[in-house]
Design a protein around this ligand. Structure first.
Ligand code: ADP
Length: 239
């Protein structure tokens, strides 16, 4: 089950600071779209507004045909993965993954089945009784991913999910995330400042600078037909 996301003239002001300016964007069902931009360009703020952790100062946002600007975060049906995993340290892996189902008051048999399926998806079934501090960073991120998708969200948001991992692990997790997105056919909005990550993982990349969407296009078009000098220099950089 995948859903479209539409941002219509979305704005965010923090006091006098115009952090997100006029975001107009349509993310297709099942699409992998990445917000790519330098630090401070407004990527995380845009993602937080989709998740419902921040309210837009103006504009509208639709998930499928439903406006979500007035819908509380936990009723939006959105899964989220953060850079720092944000697992509950006092809960086992299975309890962490079950958490979104527990708060939705899903029954025990269905919860067990869904947790098992999510752990199979991220290849972590044998770790179900461990605690987060007994896992490596990559393993913790797999569990965070399992927890984010266990309730079949209509869209998955990821904020720099690979940022805390070392280079080898990052390459590996990149492939894993792409496999999982493909298997679930899920709409994904991904945030990174890493050009290589954005270009290799996404169906389309939304390049952001100083709160503006500069160009939204597939990797090839960005690389070969950058709209302006910023896109050309930023996308052309490699780490
Ligand atoms: P990015 O994710 O691209 O690094 P952010 O969305 O985190 O950028 O931040 C964009 C701008 O908004 C930055 O200038 C940042 O300092 C500012 N900002 C972010 N959150 C807040 C906040 N809660 N209050 C005030 N300013 C903020």
């Amino acid at each position: 089950m995948s859903t479209s996301l539409e941002m219509k003239k979305i704005q965010k002001w923090y006091g006098a600071l115009h952090v997100v300016r006029d975001f107009d964007l349509y993310v297709k069902p099942g699409e992998f779209l990445t917000f790519l931009g330098p630090s401070g360009s407004g990527k995380t703020t845009a993602l937080k507004m989709i998740a419902g952790f921040e309210s837009p100062s103006g504009g509208d946002m639709l998930l499928g045909s439903r406006s979500i600007v007035d819908v509380p975060p936990y009723e939006r049906g959105i899964g989220m993965v953060f850079q720092n995993y944000a697992l509950f340290p006092h809960m086992t892996v299975a309890e962490n993954v079950a958490f979104p189902l527990t708060v939705r008051k899903i029954g025990r048999a269905e919860t067990e089945e869904k947790v098992l399926r999510a752990l199979q998806l991220v290849k972590m079934t044998e770790y179900r009784d461990r605690y987060p501090n007994q896992l490596s960073g990559g393993q913790q991120q797999r569990i965070a991913l399992a927890r984010a998708v266990v309730f079949n969200p209509s869209i998955l948001l990821m904020d720099e999910p690979l940022g805390a991992l070392d280079r080898n692990l990052r390459e590996h997790m990149k492939i894993e995330i792409m496999r999982i997105q493909d298997e679930l056919n899920m709409t994904v909005v991904f945030v990174t400042h890493d050009q290589d990550e954005a270009l290799t993982m996404s169906d389309r990349v939304a390049v952001i600078n100083e709160g503006r969407l500069i160009q939204v296009a597939d990797s090839r078009s960005l690389y070969y037909s950058p709209q302006d000098r910023f896109v050309a220099s930023f996308v052309g950089e490699s780490n």
